[in-house]
Design a protein around this ligand. Structure first.
Ligand code: AMP
Length: 322
């Protein structure tokens, strides 16, 4: 059985792009014979200035949203990274096989450290923690977007090097494109990706946005003056994005539209039909926060033996006493 690992940052603002590009492929993957681990990467959220209360709340919020969006804890192990101490142990063991230059040339480290202010050491080393996250569970498949390719390559390099130097220890993972290659663009600025980090909310449809907010955001989505509804991302990025959202939400090719208003009405309906059950599920789950914690504890129990076995193999290979 193929093992697949998907990670989610515990940040607020989960949006329609996250749902279509990452959460839904994970939910669809459950239907196939793929053993899936969905991991909330809370340790990665500490590589930048963070607020402890927000981190705790966001970790539970993302777990709640994943469950509301269809992650089935019977089929998918839902875990919080920090609750399984082998992540940090393997991180250190791998650091002892990685070079400083390998971490320092990561584009995300360069970009984030160039933003100014004090740079946490963990920002430099977190790609090695990411390698530990993946190698710990013998994951064969890791869905990666373009921005994560470099990190997956580092994981593969470290695994191959470790196996060659210290003996066969790790499964070398492959990056796979998420089934849905959907890249949802910002509604207010359709040439950039819909993102958690954009300051304004107008271009981002939050997974918990009420119907009236969704309607307003879509009705104000930036279009163009061509007046023709067609898929032409270069010349009509806004309309093309709305067509893509419609196709993704309904699973069908959009029909012919006489004008932008009619298209926007159908997009609103389709988005709301997709998000309404998630809002409802989230509201129900929020009434019982103990349940979400139980799911995480169960996930931990399920994956821990594999994590312990990997760390034991790595320790022995490196010459550490058992
Ligand atoms: P991030 O929001 O960057 O933490 O990404 C979490 C996951 O959602 C990753 O797998 C991304 O590829 C996916 N994702 C983020 N933004 C979008 C978007 N606008 N369209 C499609 N997928 C996205």
């Amino acid at each position: 059985m193929t093992k697949r690992l998907t990670g989610f940052q515990p940040t607020g603002n989960l949006h329609l792009g996250n749902l279509l590009g990452a959460i839904r492929p994970l939910v669809v993957g459950q239907e196939r014979a793929t053993e899936t681990i969905a991991m909330i990467v809370d340790l990665h959220a500490m590589t930048m200035e963070h607020d402890p209360r927000t981190l705790r709340a966001c970790t539970l919020e993302v777990a709640t949203l994943l469950l509301a969006a269809g992650v089935d804890p019977k089929r998918t192990a839902l875990i919080a990274q920090s609750q399984i101490p082998e992540h940090t142990e393997l991180h250190y063991l791998l650091e002892c096989t990685a070079a400083h230059g390998e971490a320092a040339r990561m584009i995300q480290f360069k970009e984030k450290s160039a933003a100014g202010g004090p740079v946490r050491l963990s920002l430099l080393t977190y790609p090695v923690l990411m390698a530990a996250d993946i190698l710990l569970y013998d994951a064969q498949e890791v869905p990666v977007g373009d921005d994560q390719n470099q990190h997956l390559e580092l994981t593969r390099t470290l695994a191959l090097r470790f196996n060659a130097r210290y003996g066969e220890t790790f499964v070398v993972p492959e990056g796979v494109r998420p089934e849905s290659a959907a890249r949802i663009m910002d509604l207010a600025e359709p040439t950039r990706k819909m993102s958690k980090s954009t300051a304004g909310e107008a271009g981002r449809i939050g997974l918990l946005d009420p119907p009236e907010t969704i309607r307003k955001k879509i009705s104000r989505a930036v279009t163009d003056t061509a007046g023709v509804v067609r898929h032409d991302p270069e010349h009509q990025p806004g309309i093309s994005n709305l067509l893509a959202i419609l196709a993704e939400c309904t699973g069908e090719r959009p029909g012919i539209y006489p004008n932008y208003g009619a298209l926007k009405r159908d997009v609103t309906e389709a988005v709301d039909a997709l998000l309404a059950p998630i809002r409802k599920g989230h509201a129900e789950l929020s009434e019982d926060p103990g349940y979400v914690r139980e799911v995480l504890a169960e996930g931990k129990t399920r994956v821990r033996p594999a994590a312990l076995a990997t760390v034991r193999r790595a320790r022995a290979a490196l010459g550490l006493l058992d």
